[in-house]
Design a protein around this ligand. Structure first.
Ligand code: XUL
Ligand code: CO
Length: 436
């Protein structure tokens, strides 16, 4: 008997429902702005936090805290059990997508060849389950950060053999992601960063990373994978300085290596806040720079300075980012992956379901608010009005390339004397609050 088979199948019951295991806002088939909520949000369950994490924290030694049958026994049998349990869980929850790292799905073998073979066996099984259930793959990725060989980085490792190993691993998972019809392939820069400059050649490491990414792009085209390649920015943890600090840093990196039209970003809420930005800043930056890919929906804790990966539970906080996303036209290949885990005292199978239900309801409610705000057009108009001068003759001359000399002549001859105007922040904050 599977762990999750006894759980109820989650259904939408509406905002008045008091059923703790029902959706109150996520009505998957509700049409808003021309598409269903499921089509807008494209929500995904992540394999690693939900089925691989055993409740350990840095103070817990030894065995996993959670009692799961797949945390013991022969590794391949355990991995099969875990896959069955995961698809049972997907079935209960009814979200359209899932996401995985290679090492979440299958154990690491004694050699890469052995690791590949085990992954192949498990992903063949996953492919059949995807076909049976209709659950699709939002993205696949390779774990280039858990095995000790990667402790000094993968692509940015001082040892080229480690680079080659990482390349071989990514090649295999990229091909599988293609075969499973994945919408995206994610590269989170696990240990691509450094602890101290005393032992680090920063410029060499960036060149290595640039070459790695270019090789991934080449292979993507070679095999005909049409999904998006996504870098997931994070400023710190596990290393002190992660190279993919934030979206703007990633953009600079991509520009330097000529990859800005090939790779987009997967923005995680908790990574955004760790970088000292708001989530909406990261989303708006990605939209502005043409890098908007996908989102890892979670949250941090305002009093804690690390990556707590909690399920989102505050819809108001998400409205500005979703408003920016809607204004941008929404996702193309992306979606919302729950890169989130329950707290370690949440031992019961139903806790995992409740975490996802709360998370998806929070996203759905935030989306509905943001869609209403977008449809009213009031905020958009206020911003357009603020920049209206740029549509006039002077604005157009400036953007057309007017020189400092020409602008100086114009100010002096016309006696231009611009007056400050209100940014109306409080009025705009009140406006947004009408929609939440
Ligand atoms: C780590 C993190 C990863 C990526 C996938 O902080 O967010 O789980 O999302 O490798
Ligand atoms: Co993430």
């Amino acid at each position: 008997m599977s762990l999750y088979a006894d759980l109820p199948r989650v259904t939408y019951e509406g905002p008045e429902s008091t059923n703790p295991l029902a959706f109150r806002w996520y009505d998957a088939n509700r049409v808003v702005l021309g598409k269903t909520l499921a089509e807008h949000l494209r929500p995904a369950v992540c394999y690693w936090h939900s089925f691989c994490w055993g409740g350990q924290d840095p103070f817990a030694l030894g065995q996993p805290l959670f009692e799961r049958a797949w945390f013991q026994g022969e590794p391949m049998a355990a991995a099969r059990l875990k896959l069955d349990a995961a698809f049972d869980f997907f079935d209960r929850l009814g979200l359209p997508f899932w996401c995985f790292h290679d090492r979440d799905v299958a154990p690491e073998g004694a050699t890469l060849r052995e690791s590949h073979a085990m992954l192949d066996t498990l992903l063949e099984k996953a492919a059949r389950k995807m076909e049976d259930t209709g659950v699709r793959l939002l993205w696949g990725t390779a774990n280039l950060f858990s095995h000790p060989r990667y402790m000094g980085g993968a692509a940015t490792n001082p040892d080229p053999e480690v680079f080659a190993h990482a390349a071989a691993q990514v090649k295999h998972v990229l091909e599988w992601t293609h075969r499973l019809g994945g919408a995206n392939y994610v590269l989170w820069g696990g240990r691509e960063g450094y602890e101290t400059l005393l032992n680090t050649d920063l410029s060499r490491e960036l060149d290595q990373y640039g070459r790695f990414l270019a090789a991934v792009v080449e292979h993507k085209h070679k095999i005909g994978f049409t999904g998006a390649l996504l870098i997931e920015p994070k400023p710190k943890e596990p290393t002190k300085h992660q190279y993919d600090f934030d979206t703007a840093t990633v953009y600079g990196f991509l520009k330097r290596y000529g990859l800005e039209h090939e790779v987009k970003v997967n923005i995680e809420v908790n990574h955004a806040t760790l970088s000292g930005h708001s989530f909406e800043h990261e989303v708006a930056t990605a939209c502005a720079l043409g890098l908007m890919g996908s989102l890892d929906a979670n949250r941090g804790d305002e009093q804690l300075g690390w990556d707590t990966d909690q399920f989102p539970n505050n819809h108001v906080a998400l409205v500005p980012a979703l408003h920016a996303l809607i204004a941008h036209g929404g996702f193309s290949s992306g979606g919302m992956n729950f890169d989130a885990r329950v707290r370690r005292q949440s031992l019961d199978p139903a806790d995992l379901l409740a975490g996802h239900i709360g998370g998806i309801d929070t996203l759905a409610r935030a989306f509905l608010c943001a869609a209403a705000l977008h449809e009213s057009g009031e905020l958009t108009q206020a911003v357009q009005q603020r920049y209206a001068g740029w549509n006039g003759a002077l604005g157009q001359r400036i953007l057309g390339g007017a020189s400092l000399q020409a602008l100086s002549d114009e100010v002096l001859s016309r006696g231009l004397d611009p007056r400050p105007v209100s940014g109306r922040q409080e009025r705009l904050e009140n406006l947004v609050n009408r929609f939440v």
